[in-house]
Write a protein that binds this ligand. Structure first.
Ligand code: ADP
Ligand code: MG
Length: 299
């Protein structure tokens, strides 16, 4: 049996407009995923929450109700987005689906807290961004290229991987690590909040390692990782080694807080002997069967 970890981008799951649009996007994703997963593959699904958790921060700031810290908002998106995905997938997949609310252990002293890199929430023009009472960065193309950024330390462990493994052994599919997981300190007892949003790409590679996955597949809103991305001579990467990926990361080929974490996660997983893929969410079957996208493996 092949163990598969699939990570779906929060941006690819985002929907402008009504909540019905969000439901439809989730249902379409569940539909195409269920059709793409082979009966003999064990499945773990993780998902991002960048747009959704950024919107929650704005809602909390505008509301006349008590403030809630970022770790709690991440947990809320695991419950809302993760359970919607779980319900949609459960109805379409050949096995039960459980959605877990999970943590991600980080170092509270990490230098990442002094350099926010994770883009969340809506996109702004340069003028709009300058007026915002929070930190923004120019992270995209075109006129609306600015987004709020928050610290995103690399996680070191996901405490719930034993439960994930047990559910897989019981024949279930598992959704976990949503929004990267609730950031916690190693000695956490729930009494303190860490203000960060973990990149689900790193969390997915930790979960994939812990459950001895064979393949780690990132479904996102681009069809490949590119060199010279966004220029006239951008070049799609089809098959690369973790060593090559490390070189490209050092040369800043991949966006900080977007493609960078994905490629770093792929390199980490491939170095342990697994195969990692980055591909478009438009065709999960092609991505899961290695017919498209950027593949990272040892040779
Ligand atoms: P996800 O929600 O799936 O994690 P991200 O926005 O974090 O998606 O990462 C995907 C984005 O990375 C793409 O939409 C693209 O704009 C950006 N990106 C940055 N550098 C590259 C690159 N070198 N190749 C492809 N995409 C890149
Ligand atoms: Mg991302």
């Amino acid at each position: 049996m092949t163990r598969l970890v699939v990570a779906v981008g929060g941006n690819a799951l985002a929907a402008d407009g009504s909540f019905d649009a969000q439901r439809r996007t989730v249902a379409e994703t569940a539909e195409s995923l269920a059709a793409a997963v082979d009966a003999e593959d064990a499945l773990v699904l993780t998902h991002g929450n960048g747009p959704q958790v950024g919107n929650k921060l704005l809602e909390v700031a505008a509301a006349d109700t008590p403030d809630r810290p970022l770790d709690v908002l991440v947990a809320e998106t695991q419950a809302s987005l993760g359970s919607l995905l779980g319900r949609a997938l459960d109805a379409r997949l050949d096995r039960p689906v459980s959605t877990l609310v999970t943590r991600a252990v980080v170092d509270p002293e990490s230098s990442a807290f002094a350099n926010p890199t994770k883009p969340i929430g809506p996109w702004y023009t340069e003028e709009e961004a300058a007026d915002k009472p929070f930190e923004t960065k120019d992270v995209g193309e075109g006129e609306r290229s600015y987004r709020r950024v928050v610290p995103s330390p690399e996680p070191t462990a996901v405490p719930e991987t034993g439960a994930v493994d047990a559910l897989l052994e019981a024949g279930e599919a598992v959704i976990c690590g949503g929004g990267g997981g609730i950031p916690v300190a190693p000695e956490d007892d729930g009494s303190e909040s860490i203000e960060a949003v973990i990149d689900k790409d790193y969390t997915a590679s930790i979960v994939a390692d812990a459950i001895d996955a064979d393949r780690l597949v990132f479904l996102t809103d681009v069809d490949y990782a590119y060199l010279n991305y966004g220029t006239d001579d951008q070049q799609a990467l089809e098959s690369v080694t973790p060593g090559e990926v490390r070189g490209y990361l050092d040369a800043d080929e991949f966006g900080e807080g977007s493609m960078g974490p994905k490629m770093a996660a792929c390199a980490r997983f491939a170095e342990e002997g697994g195969e990692a893929v980055i591909a478009s969410i438009d065709d999960p079957a092609a991505a899961l069967h290695g017919k498209t996208g950027t593949t990272v493996r040892l040779d």
